[in-house]
Design a protein around this ligand. Structure first.
Ligand SMILES: Cc1ncc(COP(=O)(O)O)c(C=O)c1O
Length: 429
């Protein structure tokens, strides 16, 4: 059975038996789908935990777009964003008629280089978004100091990580605004959803208006969202024998699944309509927020396991793959065992060849964060204002990155199987 069971990043990573039962329970209570007490309960829990005003939307990207609309500022105000990011981030900046300005990343943290941010400042700069990539903390202390010196706003993009009482202690402390995502593969999952947390009362007033004016998702759309955990719970264990893939293709063809990203978004477009967070997604996200410590501890355990296994077994490996010459694995230096990583990144030349070889063993490591600096691969870079060659470090990193899963349904056994499979490639990829 373990060979049928896929190792993956994206096949409903939060969906275990408990999640399926909670979703089934909610599927049969349609009166709770749009409205109910859970949305306000989620709002209060986040407000209390992060000491900020909380505004809830149907996705992280919509929450971010609402913030940019609420920030006002001069036309084409500039927002600094890191080069290695997701297309929905520059799209949300453009949606409010602002301009994304890319700053370099540091390879050892996959986060903003503070020195390069300072070089990119102009009189039009309004805000800096720091992304805690895959849960690696960005240097918010230095960025806060920079923002204070130049009168800028600091937005912490916490889509990949929500800190708990064990940390990471610096995340969520210094930002004027925090962004959370409750997307299906993020820190916690409400299937979809997002929040912007504001510590600026003047902006909170305008965000209240943005949330108040947001449209509701249709009941059909909500039903499609609720089908996602159920379809994957059936398809996932059947993936290794081909049936699972067939079932997913069928579900997509019948329109039963909502895509994470549309073709238009990859072309740099975002719909101007913002939506309220459906109460049912708030209910699922709230359930996960209550289990945050457990979810993060699981991620910490897998982070520690990968670190030690890679040091012990893989760091001196030279994979005999294709024409690549230097094939040694390296780990970004900022990673340590106590981080609740959303995924564990490592660098290896020929990462794509490895991913292909792994796929044949029912190990699916394409997470959408490879092959393009503004992810996923195939994003129209011109449309998102990224000029090729701007950040060679990021362009190289996204080619060499191979990320290992740490999500709630990835077991220690799976992690060991993954390392064993990688180890076996030493002789025969
Ligand atoms: C870094 C980052 N920020 C923001 C978002 C937006 O999250 P959502 O998928 O909820 O719109 C994403 C994911 O798409 C992301 O990866």
């Amino acid at each position: 059975m373990p060979l049928f069971h896929p190792i993956h990043h994206t096949f409903a990573p939060h969906v275990n038996a408990g999640y399926v039962l909670r979703t089934l329970g909610l599927l049969f209570q349609p009166w709770k789908w749009e409205e109910g007490s859970e949305r306000e309960a989620l709002r209060s829990a986040l407000a209390q935990k992060f000491d900020a005003d909380v505004f809830l939307f149907a996705s992280g990207r919509e929450a971010l777009a609402a913030l940019f609309k609420a920030l006002k500022g001069p036309p084409h105000a500039e927002v600094i964003v890191q080069a290695y990011t997701c297309v929905v981030v520059p799209n949300a900046i453009h949606a409010a008629s602002k301009t994304p300005v890319y700053a370099d990343i540091e390879r050892e943290s996959l986060n903003l280089s503070v020195e390069d941010v300072e070089r990119r400042l102009t009189p039009r700069t309004q805000a800096i978004i720091c992304q805690h990539t895959f849960g690696i903390p960005s240097d918010t202390h230095k960025l806060r100091a920079l923002c204070d010196r130049y009168g800028l706003l600091l937005i912490e993009d916490c889509a990949h990580v929500i800190p708990d009482e064990s940390g990471p202690a610096t995340i969520g402390k210094d930002g004027d605004f925090l962004l959370f995502s409750f997307g299906r593969d993020k820190a916690i999952s409400g299937i979809t959803g997002g929040a912007i947390l504001s510590r600026r009362p003047d902006v909170s007033v305008r965000l209240t208006a943005e949330e108040g004016a947001a449209a509701s998702l249709s009941l059909l759309q909500i039903k499609r969202l609720l089908l996602y955990p159920l379809v994957y719970a059936i398809a996932r264990p059947l993936y290794g024998i081909g049936l699972g893939k067939g079932l997913l293709i069928l579900a997509r063809t019948l329109g039963a699944l909502v895509p994470i990203l549309t073709k238009e978004e990859k072309q740099g477009c975002m719909s101007p309509t913002l939506h309220r967070l459906p109460n049912v997604c708030a209910a699922l996200a709230l359930g996960e927020l209550k289990r945050l410590r457990k979810i993060n501890d699981h991620r910490r355990k897998l982070t520690a396991l990968y670190l030690s296994e890679i040091h012990n077994q893989l760091s001196t490996f030279h994979f005999p793959l294709s024409t690549v010459t230097n094939r040694q694995i390296t780990i970004p230096k900022s990673i340590h065992a106590s981080l609740p990583l959303q995924k564990f990144p490592l660098f290896v030349h020929g990462a794509n060849v490895l991913r292909h070889a792994l796929k044949k063993r029912n190990i699916h490591l394409n997470d959408g964060w490879t092959g393009c600096v503004v992810c996923p691969a195939g994003t129209a870079l011109d449309e998102v204002s990224y000029k090729r060659g701007l950040d060679p470090e990021a362009e190289q990193a996204c080619e060499q990155i191979l990320s290992l899963p740490t999500h709630p349904t990835m077991t220690e056994r799976d992690a060991k199987r993954l390392i064993e499979t990688l180890t076996s490639f030493k002789d025969d990829p």
